[in-house]
Design a protein around this ligand. Structure first.
Ligand SMILES: [Zn+2]
Ligand SMILES: [Zn+2]
Length: 357
């Protein structure tokens, strides 16, 4: 008898024992509609009529978890400025058996395959604007501030639940970046453990600190600011660079210049400064890749420190935001080796991007 059954659990985390790689098996995801497939891109109007994220369609999403609303509006009514709802087609869910929030021991006997655990987690959708917008560069000041305030609100709230290991917030813009709906939105996934690649970063940052008594990222930022070749732009407290070993052409990252591990602990002024700086950074990117005929698709990933791990001090982490434009796809070599071939060096990319600051 198998201890876990996909039919009971909706989804499962499974680990490949040799590579250590984790996957999520989530058959429910196959049922989600893809607006980019279903509707020709010229039919803007029908997008609006059928969009589950436009005001007036609140019943087409699960009930809201959180929102930014005018005082005289009520939960789930149509007068919201930004709202958060559970994903209708979740990859992981709170609705599955969980040992009081404790991670069951890995390696329970599961015939030959040893490691599978129920797909416990939270999968939320953050709709940052009632307007049917595509990219953050179309956001007005209130919309871009609401986006980052909502990120912070959700992280603070999930952190206070005290049983999540890590929360990832990301935003897929455009079909080429994996979005299935065109109305602007971000997603959040809270997991009971810290994904191995993030643990790996923490492991190396811990080693660096033990040797040099400093933060790896703080040192890296100092170095980039002195060398300048990969720096694109800066605001008072934030820096935009093309990372030294970037995987994709025109990949960019934004770092706070001073050490901050958790995005949710950033002061309100700094959150506002970051919000405007992110919008400006994407503007620079969109102008610099004018050769793409379509509006630019991209992934934006907020890499904030894990809430808790038993192995490392999460305060060592230096939060940052990475934006990956969908200009190149991973192919056979990348899948086979994990090595990305990037045809544009970060030094060339930074030179190009600086023209549009
Ligand atoms: Zn919409
Ligand atoms: Zn640092």
């Amino acid at each position: 008898l198998t201890p876990f059954n996909l039919k009971q659990h909706i989804s499962e985390y499974r680990q490949d024992p040799l590579s250590g790689r984790w996957v999520i098996i989530a058959e429910e995801r196959a049922n989600r509609p893809n607006q980019f497939d279903a509707v020709a891109e010229t039919q803007e109007e029908s997008w609006h009529r059928n969009c589950p994220f436009c005001p007036g369609h609140e019943k087409e999403t699960p009930e809201e978890i959180d929102a930014i609303r005018p005082e005289d509006s009520r939960e789930n009514d149509s007068r919201w400025l930004a709202r958060v709802v559970p994903n209708r087609f979740p990859a992981i869910t709170r609705d599955c058996p969980w040992n009081n929030g404790l991670l069951p021991h890995f390696g329970e006997t599961f015939f030959f395959h040893k490691t599978a655990i129920p797909g416990y987690g939270a999968h939320e959708v953050l709709i940052e604007s009632p307007r049917h917008l595509f990219s953050v560069t179309e956001f007005d000041d209130v919309e871009i501030l609401n986006m980052f305030r909502l990120y912070q609100k959700r992280l603070q709230s999930l952190r206070s639940e005290n049983h999540w290991g890590h929360v990832l917030i990301f935003k897929n813009v455009g079909a080429a970046a994996g979005a299935s709906l065109s109305h602007t939105h971000s997603q959040l996934m809270a997991m009971p453990f810290v994904p191995p690649p993030i643990l790996n970063e923490l492991r190396h940052a811990t080693e660096f600190r033990e040797n040099k008594h400093r933060c790896y990222w703080c040192d890296m930022i100092k170095h980039e600011l002195s060398e300048k070749v990969r720096v694109v732009a800066e605001s008072e407290h934030f820096l935009l660079i093309c990372p030294f070993a970037c995987r994709f052409p025109m990949e960019i990252s934004i770092f706070p210049k001073e050490h901050v591990s958790h995005f949710e602990s950033l002061s309100e002024n700094r959150v506002d400064e970051l919000a405007f700086f992110v919008r400006k950074s994407v503007q620079i990117l969109e102008k610099a890749v004018y050769w793409t005929r379509e509006p630019l698709s991209y992934n934006m990933i907020l890499k904030s420190a894990p809430f808790q791990t038993s192995s490392f001090d999460p305060e060592i982490y230096h939060f940052h935001l990475t934006i990956l434009p969908s200009l190149a796809k991973a192919a056979g070599f990348e899948w086979g080796t994990g090595l990305h071939i990037n045809p544009i060096s970060p030094e060339t990319a930074a030179t190009k991007l600086r023209e549009f600051v």
